[in-house]
Structure formats: structure tokens, C-alpha cells
Design a protein around this ligand. Structure first.
Ligand SMILES: NC(=O)c1ccc[n+]([C@@H]2O[C@H](COP(=O)([O-])OP(=O)(O)OC[C@H]3O[C@@H](n4cnc5c(N)ncnc54)[C@H](OP(=O)(O)O)[C@@H]3O)[C@@H](O)[C@H]2O)c1
Length: 253
């Protein structure tokens, strides 16, 4: 088995949204596999704490992925020139019906989950195309496959992200560039705290009465996909809690 898995030791990675949840755990898994990771998110103190776990492997740059100045800053330090991209930063805001939703919040979700994720992927891909090598991992969602009431903007954004992944496969096959979509169901992270904008009771109730996925469960799938031999592209992983069978189907006590 160990001979089957590819070593990631010495590779380089860019992880967006590394300050919490899935991005943080993926960063730790990659660093423990010997990958040099550039961790990106807005909360600098969180990134600093993360880097303290693996000071040799993890460096960080704090900034807002939706800011063009930050994209330029990343370009200046050659941050897009990596072997692995974990395109992870994302969010949902609220669960209002679409007719009652807020335009500014909708724009923030669409900008983060689509426009900025696309910008990052494009810049990394330009470098990978030149080197004819690289792996792009897009953290999609069960909401990339299904829709639900109160999820018009989020599910639309995640469908778009998955469509981008699939279409990118059409442009990269035969080029030694792998594009991997990982679609988790409910994962216990800060996602619900952000979605419900600080309403901790509501956020907590999302994960009550069953065992949700942990960020580590998703990070493990990311690592496994990357460790497959280079002729293997894990196009799509859907990972759900055992008690979840679809976007809206969760068995609670
Ligand atoms: N949790 C779930 O149930 C679930 C299920 C399926 C898919 N996902 C997807 O998984 C990804 C990670 O979510 P998570 O569950 O790990 O949630 P999380 O704990 O809230 O993490 C989100 C990360 O994205 C970063 N981020 C958000 N906006 C950003 C911006 N404008 N610029 C830079 N970084 C930004 C956050 O960092 P800062 O706030 O420090 O900037 C944070 O590190 C998202 O794309 C989400 O859609 C989550």
C-alpha cells in the first residue's frame, strides 16, 4: 500500500480559507506529509497559530481573496506557482427565501465562491500549464449536486464551482494536470456560525442529534486523492455523514 501511494514530500501548495475548518485541516495534513504550504485567509492570528504547528512547512499571507489588491500581492510573491491548489475559501449567508435575500450578502457569496475561486484557479492553472504538471482540488459541496429551500444563492454558487471543475477537466486532460472535486455534506466547522451570522444557537443546532463529518474527514479524502498515482484522477468525491443521505436528509435522534 505504501508503495502504491505517491509521496507529496517537497511539493508546494496554496490553500485558500486555511484559517479554520476544512482548509485548516487540509493544511495540517499536507504539512505533515512534507508539503510546503502557503496558507491564505483574512484572519492573520489564526494563520499564525496554524503555522506554529509546522513552522518549516507552513507560511501564510493574510488577506481578502475578494480584493484585487490581495490577488496582486499573491502574484508578487509567486503564490500561484504551486504543485497543488486547494481552492477552499467559501461561505453561505443566511437561509432566507430568495425573495427576502439581501443583495450585498448574495454578492459576497457569489464573489467568494465563484469569482474569486475562479481567479485563483486561473492563475494557478497558467503556471501548471506551463510546467505541464499540477493538481487543483476544488472544495465543492453536496450543494453542488442538489438544491434546497433557502439555498438559492449558495447552491447556485456551488453548482457553478462544480461545473467549472468538470469543464476544466475537459481543458486539462492529457496535460498531467489533475482536477479533483470534493463534495462534502454537513461538516462541523465555523461554516454555520458564519451562515447564521453569529447566532450560535442556530449554528449549533445544525450539528445536533447526529454525528456530522469533521473537517479531518474531508481533509483525509483530499490527501488520499492527491496521493493516488499520477495516472489516477479522482474526478469527484461525495462524502456524507453516515446519518446524512442528501442535502436535506439527515437522521437526527
Ligand atoms: N461545513 C460544511 O458543512 C461544508 C459542506 C460542504 C462544503 N463546504 C465548503 O467547504 C469550504 C470551507 O468551509 P468550512 O466548512 O471549512 O467553513 P469555515 O470554517 O467557515 O472556513 C471557511 C474559510 O474560508 C475563509 N474565507 C472566507 N471568506 C474569505 C475571503 N473573502 N478571503 C479569504 N478567505 C476567506 C475563512 O477565513 P477568514 O474568515 O479568516 O477569511 C475560513 O478559513 C467552503 O467552500 C464551503 O462552501 C462546507
Amino acid at each position: 500500500m505504501n508503495n502504491y501511494l505517491e509521496s507529496l514530500n517537497g511539493k508546494t501548495a496554496l490553500v485558500t480559507g486555511a484559517s479554520s475548518g476544512i482548509g485548516k485541516e487540509v493544511t495540517l495534513f499536507l504539512a505533515s506529509a512534507g508539503v510546503k504550504v502557503l496558507a491564505v485567509a483574512r484572519r492573520e492570528n489564526r494563520l499564525k497559530d496554524l503555522a506554529d504547528h509546522f513552522p518549516e512547512e507552513i507560511s501564510f499571507l493574510a488577506g481578502d481573496i475578494n480584493s484585487s489588491e490581495f490577488i496582486i500581492e499573491l502574484e508578487k510573491i509567486d503564490a500561484f506557482n504551486v504543485d497543488i491548489l486547494i481552492n477552499n475559501a467559501g461561505l453561505a449567508l443566511g437561509k432566507n427565501l430568495f425573495k427576502d435575500s439581501n443583495d450585498e450578502e448574495n454578492d459576497l457569496v457569489l464573489n467568494t465562491n465563484i469569482s474569486s475561486a475562479f481567479k485563483v484557479a486561473k492563475r494557478v492553472l497558467q503556471k501548471m500549464s506551463h510546467k505541464k504538471s499540477g493538481d487543483i482540488v476544488n472544495i465543492c459541496s453536496i450543494a453542488s449536486h442538489e438544491v434546497y429551500r433557502g439555498g438559492v444563492v449558495y447552491t447556485a454558487s456551488k453548482h457553478a464551482f462544480r461545473a467549472m471543475s468538470k469543464a476544466l477537466r475537459e481543458e486539462t486532460y492529457g496535460e498531467n494536470i489533475r482536477v479533483i472535486s470534493i463534495s462534502p455534506g454537513l461538516v462541523k466547522t465555523e461554516f454555520s456560525k458564519v451562515r447564521y451570522q453569529g447566532d450560535l444557537e442556530k449554528a449549533k443546532s445544525t450539528y445536533e442529534g447526529y454525528t456530522p463529518l469533521a473537517a479531518q474527514d474531508v481533509a483525509f479524502q483530499v490527501l488520499q486523492s492527491l496521493q493516488c498515482p499520477r495516472h489516477v484522477n479522482i474526478d469527484e468525491v461525495i462524502i456524507l455523514a453516515t446519518d446524512q443521505a442528501g442535502a436535506s436528509r439527515v437522521k437526527r435522534n
